[in-house]
Ligand binder design. Sequence first.
Ligand SMILES: Cc1cc2nc3c(=O)[nH]c(=O)nc-3n(C[C@H](O)[C@H](O)[C@H](O)COP(=O)(O)OP(=O)(O)OC[C@H]3O[C@@H](n4cnc5c(N)ncnc54)[C@H](O)[C@@H]3O)c2cc1C
Length: 247
Amino acid sequence: MADWLSSEIIEKIQWNERLFSLRIRSEFKNFIAGQFVRVALDIQGERVARPYSLVNEPGDEFLEIYFNIVPEGPLSPALAALDVGDGIFVTDRANGFLTIDEVPGCRHLWLLATGTGVGPFLSTLKGDKVWQRFEKIVLGYSVRDVSELSYREQIAEIENRHGEQFCFVPFVTREKLDGAMEQRIPVCIENGSFEERAGIDINTEDSHVMMCGNSAMITSVTECLEARGLRKHRRREPGHITTEKYH
Ligand SMILES: Cc1cc2nc3c(=O)[nH]c(=O)nc-3n(C[C@H](O)[C@H](O)[C@H](O)COP(=O)(O)OP(=O)(O)OC[C@H]3O[C@@H](n4cnc5c(N)ncnc54)[C@H](O)[C@@H]3O)c2cc1C
């Protein structure tokens, strides 16, 4: 069993009325980019815990989580109500396989996220290792409206640092934004427009696809890629698709 570490909120970012990031000072720092920790609060005498991916880079002096309020949920509204100086519990252990250590050798890495699912990919993209391993990295980040497209400054920095090796493709499905795809990720894979924009294909030879966020996107994209011969990745049976479903 992991132990709970008493930790403290040191920064709060509110992106819109339902999206927040919290920076946390914690003794715990030992994780691999792409992993999640469990975070908890004591609510009405009960410790309520949920997993959250880490957005910061291993080695940073803080932990960062990025989340949306689920109005009917017990924890996320309480997390959103926290302020700098408030206490929070974090497990002393990270878990998860959405890490590039799990990805078999290939040329092109596709990172596909809906909403807060972009978090673990940002952690990975801030490090050096991923840029040494893959010739080209595509980040597809899908949201409903422009106000949900968080972390644009960090993504712009990654674009500046890595030039042609990086391709960022925003998907904004309920509003117009210059340069953004207007349909959902699965639709744009089906009709070829995503790959056309990235300038490379998703295929069994060159590609690994990591997905994070809502199950609907992950299920639709997986079905579409399986029809092209890509397979789910397992340690014992290497494949091309790695996923983490948040809900
Ligand atoms: C491995 C893993 C990592 C996760 N990392 C993150 C993260 O980095 N950021 C994040 O925002 N969430 C993340 N989640 C979801 C998170 O753990 C919580 O479920 C979520 O924040 C809601 O918590 P809650 O206690 O308010 O409601 P819960 O009791 O957890 O959920 C209430 C209902 O809302 C659904 N739900 C859960 N998450 C969402 C969501 N984001 N949007 C809409 N409906 C949802 C649940 O399926 C459930 O039906 C992760 C989940 C898993 C399994």
